[in-house]
Design a protein around this ligand. Structure first.
Ligand code: FMN
Length: 367
């Protein structure tokens, strides 16, 4: 229906950034960097294809922030030094040339690290072995190892790693950064009671478990200045605990979203299995709760594949922008295809078989 489509195709903005529509590429790890964490040979064309296909906003895969404990995957790209930073310039330029905006997602693996080129062993809020098993589609195998509990010095280094990576993102031509606070990685490990048994200021009540988010957002803001976009991503579900729900429910969502608002983030990106579904038993979606309690631009993600789902989230005021993951991999031109009434391809998990990397995807697409 034309009137619906015009909503998701209407312009939007985040902070000082103007977006030509309300469609974003969701962050997706593609383990296709070079061994030294620089941009690999297939990555420029990959990111450019989404800008060329009409996505206004591209959020990169999670990039590691330091050479200590942040790296999660083999062939994961980083933003931990000048060489890695410079390698991103061709990507940011290609996206800009195609009228897109690109945000770097900054990520710390914590206990979920499956590979680290720089440091032996993992570090996390507490010495607790993660649930589940390492992910084979990212070169993992077997159980996760038991991390050491981070000292205050380790935490200080995590915070300065995020700040430094954000500064490098700005130098590389990115339009903003997104702090990965979701999906079971380090920040989420602090937020979650069963992975955070600390008795210091970073553990215990929800406000303490949120302290690392606050410290990181403030340090990043200080590093990049007021005008550079800083967003944050939240989820309930984790890559190693799919059905997890925030135990404090609606009240917890209120505290979480209000506290990051108070630190000065420009947007909140929520992800759920089904973006429009209720976050808890009944009631509002997680995106709607972010909108209700923070009232800044919200990006909703999860299970959105049709234009009617995308439009519904925007039209109903649950989100300002929607981000598409797997369906965008099957249709890098999703916005242009939908706008011109072309058919869409279904996503096929064989695209990640045996690896969720760009080489496997390319072979799959050309088969
Ligand atoms: C291969 C793959 C890699 C992913 N990597 C990341 C990541 O680096 N950072 C992140 O926040 N989410 C990551 N996600 C989660 C997606 O951003 C998104 O939340 C999820 O795919 C659900 O959205 P969808 O239903 O549109 O695919 C990844 C998902 C997939 C399929």
């Amino acid at each position: 229906m034309k009137s619906n489509i015009s909503n998701v195709f209407s312009p939007s903005n985040i902070g000082a950034l103007s977006l030509k529509n309300r469609l974003a590429l969701a962050p997706m790890t593609r383990v296709s960097a070079n061994e030294d964490g620089t941009v690999g040979p297939l990555m420029k064309d990959y990111y450019q294809s989404f800008a060329d296909g009409g996505f206004a906003l591209i959020v990169t895969e999670g990039l590691y922030t330091d050479k200590l404990y942040s790296q999660c995957y083999k062939f994961q790209p980083g933003l931990s030094d000048e060489v890695q930073m410079s390698s991103w310039k061709e990507v940011t330029e290609a996206v800009h040339e195609n009228d897109g905006v690109i945000i770097a997602q900054l990520m710390h693996a914590g206990a979920l690290s499956q590979y680290n080129k720089y440091t032996k062993g993992n570090a996390a809020p507490s010495e607790i072995q993660p649930l589940g098993e390492e992910m084979g589609i990212y070169y993992g195998e077997g159980e996760y190892s038991v991390p050491k509990a981070m000292s205050q010095e380790d935490i200080n280094e995590v915070i300065s790693g995020f700040a430094s990576a954000a500064r490098l993102a700005k130098c590389a031509g990115f339009d903003g950064v997104e702090i990965h606070g979701a999906n079971g990685y380090l920040l989420d490990q602090f937020l979650t009671v069963y992975t955070n048994k600390r008795s210091d200021k970073y553990g215990g009540v929800l406000a303490n478990r949120l302290k690392i988010y606050k410290d990181i957002v403030e340090a990043v803001r200080e590093a990049v200045g007021r005008d550079f976009v800083v967003g944050i991503r939240f989820s309930q579900s984790k890559v190693n605990d799919f059905e997890y729900k925030w135990p404090e429910q609606d009240e917890g969502a209120k505290t979480i979203f209000q506290s990051v608002l108070a630190c000065g983030v420009d947007y909140i990106h929520t992800t759920e299995h089904v973006a429009k579904g209720p976050a808890f038993e009944n009631g509002l979606s997680l995106a709607s709760l972010a909108k209700k309690y923070a009232n800044i631009p919200v990006i909703a993600n999860g299970g959105i594949s049709s234009d009617s789902d995308a439009n519904y989230l925007v039209e109903s005021g649950q989100a300002d922008i929607v981000s598409l993951g797997k369906i965008a991999l099957a249709n890098p031109n999703w916005p242009n295809a939908v706008e011109s009434g072309q058919p869409l391809q279904d996503f096929d998990f064989d695209m990640f078989n045996p690896l969720a990397d760009l080489k496997t995807a390319k072979q799959f697409m050309s088969a």
